[in-house]
Design a protein around this ligand. Structure first.
Ligand SMILES: Cc1cc2nc3c(=O)[nH]c(=O)nc-3n(C[C@H](O)[C@H](O)[C@H](O)COP(=O)(O)OP(=O)(O)OC[C@H]3O[C@@H](n4cnc5c(N)ncnc54)[C@H](O)[C@@H]3O)c2cc1C
Length: 379
């Protein structure tokens, strides 16, 4: 389908594709294997203005629209989903929370270097006892003079250990439930802020996922984002938009899986002909392409709605739900088309299948997305 992209959007998409093909595609398998994204990749993304692409120039961003960000993220995830999710957490979650809810002082101090790509961001909501039930968080933030004192543990935090700036959530009033949660900016390396366990994951292995441990970690009072007690709302609003990013990740992975399946089906000869001549294979490709196109429509239309400032809770949930399940389906079929080769690490589809799975889980599991959608439908 022709989405009538502007010239600027087409150029940004092309730049992202060229960057991904030149800098990510050749090393994506290595990133997966070594569980490390080279620093030069972040430097290159900063040079290309990808780190703050949809934020205003006055805050160090590129001033592009939200769909342009989606187009960049899709192309990056098409080549390396680990790099994609690292960028997504930085831009969709950390930068967004500070940009939408932070004071001017916080924006100048933290958002500007984040958008310029001089620093990397992370977003820490999840705790061992508070996953889907994020309101059950136990981390505390007690005001003591001009500082908040943080105590508690966050888990499964993307960019954990490699980020410089963390948006974290803690209880300023443990008696007030979700109304007692507040959001803060915490810098890496502060006394009392340690990185705990690094997770050994099924997929997106290049992306760091770590535990954050706060033991009497003191942060300036000015690092409160918004007002005390507004943290839960900040987290939910930020995740609403973030879900478009996860949907985009799934879209990029699914496109890559279809690309690989088509290539393989044309090249692999059995019974004297390419397997692409078999109707069984053609039907799988047809279903994969249809799922992919439907996912793309939902992702791009949610991105456009975001740009237009429309409510997007339902749209983002639908995009994430559909694109992530489509991606799982498409990656599964891509492996089937590869036969035994699809099960071997030399072939890209093996990694795509592993990278895809997380998109049905983080930034709200797909059960949560179904709750959001059914809530909107039943309203
Ligand atoms: C690789 C990775 C990266 C992550 N990155 C981040 C990050 O950067 N920042 C961050 O804050 N978090 C992050 N997370 C955490 C992620 O968002 C959570 O894992 C996710 O929200 C689910 O929480 P949980 O794992 O505790 O599962 P649980 O909440 O324990 O859920 C277990 C199962 O129960 C279902 N379930 C739970 N409650 C309900 C209900 N009410 N109704 C129906 N079903 C329900 C869930 O859908 C799921 O199927 C990351 C996780 C992973 C694995």
């Amino acid at each position: 389908m022709n989405f009538n992209f502007t010239e600027e959007q087409q150029l940004i998409q092309q730049n992202a594709r060229e960057f991904a093909l030149e800098h990510l595609e050749p090393i994506a398998a290595e990133i997966d294997k070594t569980e490390r994204i080279p620093k030069e990749i972040y430097q290159k993304m900063a040079e290309l203005d990808f780190m703050g692409i949809c934020y205003p120039a006055e805050y160090g961003g590129a001033g592009a629209d939200f769909l342009s960000y989606t187009l960049v993220l899709e192309q990056i995830c098409r080549s390396c989903a680990s790099t994609g999710i690292s960028l997504e957490v930085h831009a969709s979650l950390a930068c967004a929370a500070i940009y939408n809810f932070g004071s001017e002082e916080l924006k100048q101090k933290y958002l500007v270097p984040l958008c310029k790509g001089e620093k990397l961001g992370a977003f820490a909501l999840t705790e061992p006892g508070a996953g889907t039930d994020a309101g059950a968080a136990q981390t505390t933030a007690v005001l003591d003079g001009d500082e908040y004192v943080l105590n508690g543990t966050k888990c499964f935090i993307s960019n954990g250990g490699v980020a410089d700036v963390y948006v974290i959530f803690g209880l300023t009033d443990p008696t007030a439930g979700t109304k007692g949660i507040s959001a803060f900016v915490v810098e890496a390396g502060l006394p009392g802020f340690e990185i705990g366990k690094h997770e050994d994951k099924m997929g997106i292995r290049g992306s760091q996922t770590a535990e954050l441990i706060f033991k009497n970690c003191r942060i300036p009072k000015a690092n409160l984002i918004g007002k005390e007690g507004k943290g839960f709302g900040i987290a939910m609003a930020t995740l609403d938009v973030g879900r478009i990013g996860v949907a985009t990740q799934a879209l990029g992975i699914a496109q890559a899986a279809l690309d690989e399946a088509v290539k393989f089906a044309k090249e692999r000869v059995q019974f004297g002909k390419p397997i692409a001549t078999k109707q069984a294979i053609q039907w799988m490709l047809a279903d994969m392409a249809t799922q992919l196109e439907a996912a793309r429509l939902l992702v791009y239309s949610a991105s456009m709605a975001r740009e237009e400032g429309k409510p997007i809770s339902k749209e983002a949930a639908m995009a994430k739900l559909f694109a992530s399940e489509a991606s799982d389906y498409i990656c599964n079929k891509a492996i089937q088309i590869h036969g035994g080769y699809g099960f071997i690490k030399d072939f890209k589809v093996e990694r795509l299948y592993r990278d895809s799975k997380i998109t049905t889980i983080y930034e709200g599991t797909n059960e949560v997305q179904r709750m959001v959608i059914s809530g909107a439908v039943l309203r």
